[in-house]
Design a protein around this ligand. Structure first.
Ligand code: SF4
Length: 307
């Protein structure tokens, strides 16, 4: 089975970023050195040699690097079928930068949008003007005819009530692939400010479900939720990222400070868990449960075995 799955390499360029998101998982890693251009080119070549079908380049914020387009172009020249980048989108507000990156041959961009308006988004990114730049970036890409833009949203206390409005934002911009990601409190910003940021899953899940429903009504049935206990989405398993990802990809993470050859497996094994309340659940074998730090802080009363 694993041979049939596509190798996806997530290439971290380093943790420098022009945003300062409250919940950032890399909040405590900003000072680590960035990878050099030579390292990135070497790693892109290694990914191609190993037959990677997808190379996802991430930071920090990878697009702020002067060598970003060069690395993408090299990866494409090496024959990697899909090269993508998760981005806060701000760099694309500059039409010349947008043009340069599109010309590099990048296949898709994943814009991180954390609210439907500047007030919500900028409060989370702690970068005034970041929402306006992201919107300008979307407009510039559209003007260039680049339509392979996806979205992702980290779900925290501060934006969960706004998820339906954010879903309408994604619909208005024609974004066909969106992930609503339940915040990871094991590391970084959400660990450091747990109570401020981490919502109860029983409060967040209904808003995430509303967002999915708005997508389906608009014909965007591909939208997904990520890092959720399945009992809150038992009727929407086709819209849970982890299930989909495990079936399609072998995911490796190549970061400056670690290499993880089985990102999905290790997340399930060491970062999330099921509890006594999961006994007898029919989804037990495919569910990863909740983040360890969540269960340590809030307990497991919101989990309910699916019969
Ligand atoms: S009860 Fe436990 S195993 Fe079942 S779906 Fe919920 S978290 Fe997963």
């Amino acid at each position: 089975m694993s041979r049939a799955r596509t190798l996806k390499v997530v290439l971290f360029t380093g943790y420098a970023c022009n945003n300062n998101c409250l919940f950032c998982i890399d909040a405590d890693k900003r000072g680590l050195p960035q990878k050099t251009t030579a390292e990135l080119l070497r790693e892109a070549a290694a990914a191609a040699r190993r037959g990677a079908g997808v190379l996802e380049i991430i930071g920090g914020e990878a697009t702020i690097r002067p060598d970003f387009a060069r690395v993408v172009a090299a990866a494409k020249k090496l024959g990697i079928p899909r090269v993508a980048c998760a981005t806060n989108g701000r760099v694309f507000a500059d039409p010349a930068a947008a043009r340069r990156i599109v010309a590099s041959g990048i296949d898709s961009l994943i814009f991180s949008v954390h609210g439907p308006d500047a007030k919500t988004h900028d409060a989370l990114t702690r970068a005034p003007g970041s929402f306006a730049q992201l919107k300008k970036g979307l407009a510039n890409l559209k003007a260039l005819g680049f339509t392979a833009v996806n979205g992702n949203t980290t779900v925290v206390r501060q934006n969960m009530a706004a998820l339906p409005a954010l879903a309408r934002f994604y619909v208005r911009h024609g974004i066909r692939n969106v992930e609503y990601i339940f915040v990871d409190p094991n590391y970084g910003g959400a660990r450091n400010a747990f109570k401020l940021l981490v919502p109860r899953i029983s409060k967040a899940a209904p808003q995430m479900r509303r967002a999915l429903a708005i997508g389906r009504a608009a014909g965007f049935g591909e939208w997904k939720v990520r890092y959720v206990p399945l009992c809150h989405f038992a009727d929407r398993l086709d819209q849970v990222s982890e299930l989909n990802e495990r079936a399609l990809f072998r995911t490796e993470h190549w970061a400056p400070d670690f290499t993880n050859k089985d990102a999905s497996g290790s997340r399930a094994a060491v970062a999330r868990r099921r509890t006594e309340r999961c006994r007898g659940c029919r989804l037990y074998s495919v569910c990863e449960g909740l983040w360890n730090a969540y269960l340590d802080e809030y307990g497991d009363a919101e989990l309910k075995a699916v019969k």
